[in-house]
Each structure stands twice: as structure tokens, then as C-alpha cells.
Design a protein around this ligand. Structure first.
Ligand SMILES: [Mg+2]
Length: 372
């Protein structure tokens, strides 16, 4: 089998107004932009990928992503056997620095083709299920305390047993928000906080001490990823487990965090490291260092969310029963571009039992949300 050509389709889709996330990374954007990737083969199999276009996260948008796929990756991949996933991933990784979310869309599309070519769901190719489903947690926006409490109560009402609240905006309001959410959901629901690097090291230490009374399971990225010493310094002064998210994009970042003793938990993405393969390597480094892993998100749609489910279903060191995963993106959008939605509901995500990623595009919807 050979790759014949690659198509990129930029789309923009509205978020549900009531759920859209405010965090220390910025205000509530009303919509998200993605690039849908289709890798075509001479055997008629088409692999699907999805780029999360979020320049605040990685400097990639739909223009840079489409450019690199069209002008750099397509010439490298055309004529190649798409089932040689590892080799082709190295090939595109070496072609340009950075751009991990763009690379990850190519990699997941190659896995999709491999799965379709042998008739197996991706998680079975990756070694099979090590859990029946992936436990998930909800993410509550860094909005005013009363509204945050309402969102949190709604999340419990649809089945979530775990959630995190965005903090890192302003310490006093952060604490009021967490207090309001804890009061609204009761003591039994697991609750973490995610500062997205918004606190200074000293503010982080003080605020985390004050948050301990709310039975907090973890503190995600309390300080900026600029210097891993900041995260290590905060961790050494507080009693709550620290999760590294923005501090760990790739395998080397994971090693840096481990050596610096900067975190207890690492949040892995399919996108941050350039694919499922990178995420699994980071998970193994975490395991060897005695850290816990979970799957994080920047609000992916159906194709990338499916890749995240297959990853979490088959990777033992992603301990989703302890720290449920953020595989919740599709819940935040007004619409889906899939023919059959993923089995994602409150607190649970499951893979579709179909070959590859298992997802099929609704082409009318793709046309409807297409942008230039
Ligand atoms: Mg995060």
C-alpha cells in the first residue's frame, strides 16, 4: 500500500456558551479551529487526523499546519507505505522542528490506516485493553464562583465523579471559586485545580496551602513552564500532588521534570509530543520514575478524542482510575463532524469497536464548518 496524496480541511466550530473555558491562558474564545487531515492510499483506505489549532499552546494555527502538511510532509510521505508508522513519524519529525500538533495529526492518520488495513481497532493494535473504559473528569471554567458551582453541579448531574477547576487567575477569586465548587459537589467527588502556569512561585505556594482545606487531589501546572526549577521549588514547599502539563510536551521534557523532581503526575497528550507513540514513551518514563500519568486535553474534537481514548485504553501507566482523563472535548462543542459520535458521556469514554480510530466523517458537516 502506498500514500497517494494528503488533503487538509480547516474547520471552525462553536463552543457551547455555557461551558466555554476561561483560564489563565486567556479569555473565553467562542469557537475552536482545527485542521482535518485525510491521508489517501492506492488501496482506497483513507486515514483521518485532526490538528488542534491553538497558537497559545504550540504556535500552530490552521495556516501553518496546512502549509507544513502540504509543502513539507506530503512530498516526504507520497509513495511511502503508510503502515510503517514509526519510520514515517521519525521522517516527518526530523523534517521541521516543533509543530507537534500538526505532526500528531499525520501520525494518528497513519495509525488509522494501519488499523483499517488489518481490521482492528487501534487500541487492540497497541496491545489490547487494560481497562473496560476510560474514566474521565470534567473541566470547570475559571469563571465567577457562583457560575462555576452551577457548571460543576451540572457535571455531577450528568455522571461525572471527578473534575478540575481552572485557577491561576487571581488568588482570592481562585479560592472562592474552588470553595463554591467543593460546596456544590460535596466531599465524594474528586476535585483538582489547573492553574495553566498562571501563578508566580510564591503565590502558588501560598495559594496551594490555602486550597488544602478543600480536599484537592492535584494541582496542575501551578507555575509557568519557563523554568522547571519553579515547578520543583513549589512542589518542595507544598503537600498536594503537582501535575506537569505545559512543562511536558515531549520525551525530553518528561526526563527533565523527573530529574528535577518537579512533579508527581504528568499529563500526556496525543498532540503535545507529536503523536500516540510519543505519549506512550512519556508514560513509560513516568512509570519508571514512579510518577502517575493521565491524559490531558486542549478540547479536541472527535478524531483526536478517539486517538486519546485508544491511547488511554491500551497504556498501563496512564492511571485513569486514579486521575481520570480529560477526554471531554466533544462535550464542549455545539456540533460534531462525525457520522457516529464517540461513546463519551459523563465520567466515561469508550472506543468505537471499529477498525483504526473507528470514526467516520459526516462530509456535509465538514463542508458546513469549513473555513478558508
Ligand atoms: Mg492543563
Amino acid at each position: 500500500m502506498n500514500i497517494t496524496h494528503i488533503e487538509t480541511i480547516p474547520i471552525q466550530i462553536q463552543k457551547k456558551e455555557s461551558l466555554a473555558i476561561v483560564s489563565s491562558l486567556g479569555a473565553n474564545r467562542k469557537s475552536s479551529t482545527f485542521v482535518i487531515v485525510k491521508i489517501f492510499t492506492d488501496e482506497g483506505i483513507i486515514g483521518l487526523g485532526e490538528v488542534s489549532c491553538d497558537p497559545i499552546w504550540s504556535g500552530e494555527d490552521h495556516v501553518t499546519s496546512s502549509h507544513y502538511i502540504k509543502n513539507v510532509f506530503t512530498p516526504l510521505l507520497t509513495g511511502e507505505d503508510p503502515t510503517e508508522v514509526e519510520r514515517l513519524t521519525i521522517k516527518i519529525s526530523n523534517a521541521i522542528i516543533g509543530n507537534p500538533f500538526t505532526k500528531s495529526a499525520i501520525e494518528m492518520a497513519l495509525w488509522d490506516i494501519l488499523g483499517k488495513s488489518v481490521g482492528l481497532p487501534l487500541y487492540r493494535l497497541l496491545g489490547g485493553p487494560i481497562r473496560d473504559f476510560v474514566p474521565t473528569k470534567f473541566s470547570v471554567s475559571g469563571t465567577e464562583p457562583k457560575k462555576a458551582a452551577e457548571i460543576a453541579s451540572w457535571a455531577v448531574s450528568i455522571g461525572f465523579q471527578a473534575m478540575k477547576v481552572k485557577v491561576g487567575l487571581e488568588p482570592e477569586t481562585d479560592i472562592l471559586r474552588v470553595r463554591a465548587v467543593r460546596e456544590a459537589i460535596g466531599e465524594k467527588i474528586k476535585l483538582g485545580v489547573d492553574a495553566n502556569g498562571g501563578w508566580s512561585p510564591s503565590t502558588a505556594v501560598q495559594t496551594i496551602h490555602r486550597l488544602s482545606e478543600f480536599n484537592i487531589q492535584f494541582v496542575e501546572q501551578p507555575v509557568s513552564p519557563l523554568d522547571v526549577a519553579w515547578l520543583a521549588d513549589v512542589r518542595s514547599q507544598v503537600n498536594l500532588p503537582i501535575m506537569a502539563d505545559e512543562s511536558v510536551f515531549n520525551l525530553q521534557d518528561a526526563m527533565t521534570v523527573v530529574k528535577a523532581k518537579a512533579a508527581d503526575i504528568i499529563s500526556v497528550y496525543v498532540g503535545k509530543g507529536g503523536g500516540l507513540g510519543s505519549a506512550r514513551k512519556i508514560a513509560v518514563v513516568s512509570e519508571a520514575a514512579g510518577l502517575t500519568c493521565t491524559v490531558g486535553s486542549n478540547m479536541e474534537m472527535g478524531i483526536a478524542s478517539s486517538a486519546m481514548i485508544h491511547l488511554a485504553m491500551s497504556t498501563p501507566s496512564i492511571n485513569s482510575s486514579q486521575i481520570p482523563c480529560d477526554i471531554i472535548g466533544p462535550l464542549y462543542y455545539e456540533d460534531s463532524i462525525l457520522c457516529q459520535n464517540l461513546p463519551i458521556k459523563g465520567g466515561e469514554a469508550r472506543p468505537l469497536e471499529l477498525p483504526g480510530l473507528g470514526v467516520e466523517l459526516d462530509e456535509d458537516k465538514v463542508d458546513h464548518y469549513r473555513i478558508e
